[in-house]
Design a protein around this ligand. Structure first.
Ligand code: HT7
Ligand code: ZN
Length: 852
């Protein structure tokens, strides 16, 4: 397969101001008539053939200015010779036939439960009609949809409809990847929003009949996002209508098509009886993310797919800010860093490491990664820390005015910051072009003096080699630091140090006593802090740090140290750590959500990474046993207070998904988990029986299963939710994620044999196989059964849905961490995948990158 390089970018030779599409929908045969009005692009002078992408299309006719033309067809598109392109502006009309019902890849036009829907990002539009399917070709779309279905939707504003047809016009030029069409028997949860300048916008969430009562939260989140973007970024919505559609079969979370967002039903539907607090928070965040794309992605889009982080990093950054404002900044930051370390650091440290802006790809779908999204957001957070809030706001205003309506690049993005602040961002740009997680070593020196001592902090950065990038330059790293006195008072409030050299020292003078440093506050840069800290100092920070992130981080590092020693040396957990956990658990001055997070022990995959980084070969079985032992030791230390905590955190009255109640429920579940570890399942069983919402019933079910109990509750849960696809996904997943390591493969076998295991539905596939890869000790079982199972299923899924198969293959990326036997088994499975006949470009790129 062909590799695409950033360096080869050239503008498209033609501009395409206006597009008209007519769809006559049929499940097996859909007709698509396209009328494309081209004119020469002054940015690419000369005479050019016209190449249009097209895949799996049956061409019926092609005419230029009304005359049939000869076109050269290949399996990637159509070429019309420059000789046939008469006239300056010219019109190309094509008619093609496609088959939505045969489309299991869920890319292009496909069917989900009798409903037509589209997914065009990144390169799915070429499966709908012949077109220059690249993001720098921005056109106005007028769309007519004909089908014998009650609801017919496309982008933009509705301009006409009658029985069996509807027309839509989108006044905003857009790339084809933002095109969308939906047709089906749907019902709307409707509302409206009036923008700051007084435009009334109709809002609809379209769902299958029966799901209407699961839309209210999504609608609240949408209105909150619209108003937040006006307040915080000065961005108003720009159409008369905003539609969201829930679809059951969807490869990712959601898609920001202009005026017609399409959502995985899991990412928009939520009601107290069917969704957990985590689901509610996720729905809120994804609704916000897709809505924010209207400006960062749609009004200003990407010049080419190498610039994907331009829209994704910025939009993730914005949705994280939004969730912090709606909930708790501290808790949100901790959750984001946990996710970053679990997914992005892992990616950066393995064979799939790539830059936030990669410079080559085989299949762009393989680059919708934690690096592009989450590290892309961290890079923006660093930029903001360096230039300050005010300059950030000015730079963003300039970005929106300068690039509105254009397809931009990372160079354009950095230039607005340079122009606003007069900074040279050449060195900073390395964050975009160089892969890998920098490691920061910390050295401290103290020189006392009568009139005030000097504390010197020396920071040394290391930028490890990654595939294809052996050498790296020093990064610009904003390191937020605060200093505390031994009595717990803060003597130097948070200060951002700019580390730009490989090694650099920073002095703090006039201090009465040797301070305790709180370094990398709020996780000010995506780096690994390589620092030996005495346990007493960590315990001090856990008790006194004024920065909530670093307070949590102190407890986290302690937990990792304790657990690492239990795994490698078989020691018992130290009392100081257990006392620290108890102090946090019962500190009524702290937010319950923060306490629940602080009580959550490091995951097994996280411990495997930590051990590997410190030179050990992780043994998944030992990690599993030690983590269970630590959880029990924590429960024993908290024991006297657990019943009281459990009772105090009950939330009476009507369910509210807001953060305050959700935090209490999370802490109550942590208390119930402790009680179950100590006393068996009585308390959790009672709580399951009395549960009034999904957070409680699913949370208690998980607690019971983890303790090897809960068979009765599992059956009751199934009996109640048998016909509910989203709730049953939870039922499938929890059994696999919490099964004992030696039973995991068997559990997967049992569940995949059920008639309701539908591998064509990505949510169900992920519920089972994703849970397998998330069960660290089960997936990495010494027999290799986990590896074999995953490879078998990926090989089976690939011909149907290559995108999801490729994405899930990343479970194998951690192979270099493990012992020779496991390495050999994983590599053998990757080789078996690579050898599968007819393997997709998606999966072969991933397996190949992991093997080499
Ligand atoms: N921009 C979208 C990314 C996307 C996607 C979504 C659904 C299915 C396939 C997809 N490929 C790429 C989602 C987002 O980042 O908001
Ligand atoms: Zn996005």
């Amino acid at each position: 397969p062909r590799t695409v390089y950033l360096a080869d970018y050239q503008p498209f030779p033609f501009l395409l101001p206006q597009v008209r599409l007519e769809f006559t929908l049929g499940p097996k045969a859909t007709r698509v008539r396209a009328r494309l009005e081209f004119m020469p692009n002054p940015a690419r002078p000369g005479r050019h053939d016209l190449f249009l992408h097209g895949e799996n299309l049956r061409l019926i006719s092609a005419k230029v200015n009304g005359t049939s033309v000869h076109s050269e067809l290949s399996d990637i598109g159509i070429t019309i010779s420059a000789n046939d392109l008469s006239g300056d502006p010219f019109t190309l009309e094509t008619e093609v036939e496609i088959s939505p019902a045969a489309n299991t890849a869920l890319e292009g036009l496909y069917m989900s439960n009798g409903m037509y829907c589209t997914q065009c990002e990144a390169e799915g539009f070429r499966k709908i009609t012949y077109y220059p399917d690249r993001p720098d070709v921005m056109a106005r779309f007028h769309v007519r949809v004909a089908a014998d279905l009650p609801v017919l939707l496309s982008n933009g504003n509705p301009v006409g409809s009658g029985p069996g047809w509807a027309e839509w016009d989108d006044p905003w030029p857009k790339p084809a990847y933002l095109f969308a069409l939906v047709a089906g028997d749907l019902v709307a949860h409707a509302d409206s929003f009036t923008t700051l300048s007084g435009r009334k916008v109709d809002l609809n969430i379209w769902v299958r009949p029966g799901d209407e009562n699961r839309c209210a939260w999504g609608m609240e989140a949408l209105k909150a996002s619209m108003s937040w973007d006006e307040r915080v970024y000065g961005r108003e919505y720009d159409l008369d209508i905003f539609n969201i559609v829930a679809v059951d079969d969807f490869n990712m979370g959601a898609m920001e098509n202009k005026g017609l967002n399409i959502f995985n039903s899991k990412a928009v539907l939520a009601s107290p009886d069917t969704a957990t607090d985590d689901d509610f928070a996720r729905v809120e965040a994804i609704i916000a993310h897709e809505y924010f794309h209207n400006w960062t992605g749609n009004r200003i889009t990407c010049r080419d797919w190498f610039q994907l982080c331009l829209k994704e990093g910025l939009t993730v950054y914005r949705d994280q800010q939004f969730s912090g404002d709606m909930r708790s900044h501290a808790v949100k930051r901790i959750e984001d860093v946990l996710a970053l370390r679990a997914r992005q650091f892992r990616e950066d440290q393995g064979p799939l490491a790539h830059a936030v802006r990669p410079d080559s790809f085989v299949e762009i779908n393989n680059f919708y990664t934690a690096t592009v999204y989450e590290k892309g957001a961290e890079v923006i957070g660093m930029l903001r820390r360096l230039v300050g809030d005010e300059a950030y706001a000015q730079a963003l205003d300039l970005y929106f005015t300068r690039h509105d309506g254009h397809a931009a690049t990372i160079e354009d993005w950095l230039k607005v910051f340079e122009d606003t602040t007069d900074r040279d961002l050449t060195q900073f740009k390395r964050w975009y072009t160089e892969a890998g997680t920098p490691r920061l070593k910390v050295y401290e020196a103290w020189s006392p003096a009568a009139q005030g001592g000097t504390y010197t902090l020396t920071l040394a950065q290391e930028n490890p080699a990654t595939p294809g990038q052996p050498e790296k330059g020093a990064k610009v790293i904003p390191v937020a630091v605060g200093l505390l006195n031994p009595n717990g008072d803060e003597v130097v409030p948070t200060t951002v140090l700019e580390l730009i050299k490989p090694v650099q020292s920073f002095a703090f003078e006039g201090l009465a006593a040797r301070p305790i440093a709180s370094i990398l506050r709020d996780f000010s840069a995506p780096v690994v802090l390589d620092r030996e800290v005495p346990a007493a100092e960590r315990a001090f920070l856990l008790a006194h740090d004024t920065d909530p992130f670093n307070r949590w981080e102190a407890g986290r590092s302690l937990a990792k140290e304790v657990l690492a020693r239990m795994i490698t040396q078989g020691t018992k957990p130290q009392a100081a750590f257990l006392d620290g956990m108890a102090a946090i658990a019962f500190d009524e001055g702290l937010d319950p959500a923060f306490r629940a997070l602080a009580l959550r022990l490091p995951g097994e995959d996280d411990m495997a990474a930590t051990l590997h980084q410190s030179g050990h070969t992780p043994d998944p079985a030992r990690i599993h046993i030690a983590r269970k032992a630590l959880a029990r030791a924590v429960a024993e230390r908290l024991a006297p207070g657990l019943p009281g905590l459990e009772a105090a955190m009950r939330v009476p009255g009507a369910f509210s998904p807001q953060a305050a109640d959700a935090g209490k429920r999370a802490l109550r579940l942590a208390a119930l988990a402790g009680l179950t570890r100590l006393n068996g399942g009585a308390a959790a069983q009672a709580a399951f029986a009395d549960a009034t919402n999904m957070t409680e019933s699913f949370g208690t079910l998980a607690i019971l299963l983890e303790a090897g109990l809960g068979e009765r509750e599992l059956a009751a849960f199934e009996a109640k939710w048998r016909t509910d696809r989203l709730v049953m996904d939870k039922w499938f997943a929890v059994q696999v994620s919490l099964s004992a390591p030696e039973e995991t493969a068997q559990t997967v076998g049992r569940l995949t044999a059920r008639p309701d295991f539908d591998m064509k539905n990505p949510n169900r596939f992920r519920a089972v196989l994703g849970a397998l890869t998330g069960n660290h000790a089960g997936f990495h079982h010494a027999s290799g059964s986990g590896y074999r199972l995953l490879a078998d299923w990926l090989i089976r899924l690939d011909p149907l849905n290559p995108q999801t198969a490729a994405r899930m293959s990343t479970a194998f990326e951690t192979w270099p961490r493990y012992d020779a036997d496991r390495q050999g088994m994983i590599r053998a499975e990757l080789a078996r995948i690579l050898a599968a006949p007819g393997l997709s470009r998606d999966l072969s790129e991933m397996a190949g990158r992991m093997l080499h």
